[in-house]
Design a protein around this ligand. Sequence first.
Ligand SMILES: NC(=O)c1ccc[n+]([C@@H]2O[C@H](COP(=O)([O-])OP(=O)(O)OC[C@H]3O[C@@H](n4cnc5c(N)ncnc54)[C@H](OP(=O)(O)O)[C@@H]3O)[C@@H](O)[C@H]2O)c1
Length: 326
Amino acid sequence: MKKYKWGVIGTGKIAHTFATALKHNENAQLCGVASRTADKAEAFAKEFGFEKSYGSYKAFAEQSDAEIVYIATPMASHYDDAVLCLENGKNVLCEKSLTLNADQTKQLFALAKEKGLFFMEAMWMKCRPVYRKMKEWIASGMIGDIEYIKADFANYIPYDPNDRLFRDDCGGGCLLDLGIYPLTLAHDLLGMPDEIISNAHMRYGVDISNSIILRYKNGAFVSADNGFEVQLSNNAVISGSKGYIILGNWFHCTCEGTLYSKDGTEIEKFIRPDDINGYEYEVDEVHSCLEKGALESSLVPHSDTIEVMEIMDECRRQWGMKFPEE
Ligand SMILES: NC(=O)c1ccc[n+]([C@@H]2O[C@H](COP(=O)([O-])OP(=O)(O)OC[C@H]3O[C@@H](n4cnc5c(N)ncnc54)[C@H](OP(=O)(O)O)[C@@H]3O)[C@@H](O)[C@H]2O)c1
């Protein structure tokens, strides 16, 4: 496989984690990093070994010869940052939630297709070995028909008015930050629900907790709770007519999943410690797509990203929650 020239936009928390995985990938060339502040870009480039640094996203997009860009800015910036990259001929791996709403997501995918460029939501959970193992168990009929999914994602995060999580102008709130994981899992396994029932507790202009039920015509239910001011177990339980699967604590980033029969007997435990930090699998997935000339990933297809955004749009509609840009 050839080496792919990577760029990174934004130098916050997740950019550091992702760059750690990138640095260790033998097929990745760390080409350029962009920050709104030249000093931050320079420091990040030094820390990870990027060849060049840029003091603006625009300068990076126009001048860098990166082929693929990882966008690690707040949700409200993703749309503009992705357009900038696509207009300058760059393939894109963009953090979740891809945009503020499904309309923006559809526009980005349409633009990527028009330009003949690869575009993927950085839904790392779907690329991880344990997640793929869970799908194998389900596909081989080990748990029968799925009847119920319970997946939570809630962490105690102290209020900070400057943190993007609590700022509506950054696309804050726990739905787009945390809730997207249980909803992505549920949608991947059961598809679009027939009914969405949800409510949220709003503070600082964003949802700081929410509870979502998805109902399916065949009788299946999903229960997903998310929040910033409460700690939950953050497991996922996928229960079917013949058995169930538990993905461990922090189900979206766990290395461990267990398959049980209906009576609770453990049938198989899958444990696969990360080679680096768990983000290496999405880097590999991007490389494999670029190698094949694919414009989208079969692990994280565009249609899934759009439909999950649509579910989140409907939840926010039910709560009367709009972002300032909407
Ligand atoms: N996959 C995962 O596991 C995971 C985990 C956490 C977060 N995320 C996603 O990654 C994205 C970034 O999250 P994060 O936790 O890394 O956020 P963060 O620490 O706040 O970093 C975001 C970076 O975006 C840039 N930025 C551009 N416009 C900004 C603005 N108006 N306000 C603040 N920063 C701005 C800044 O970089 P410069 O100053 O260098 O321009 C900032 O450092 C979000 O979409 C989030 O959902 C994914």
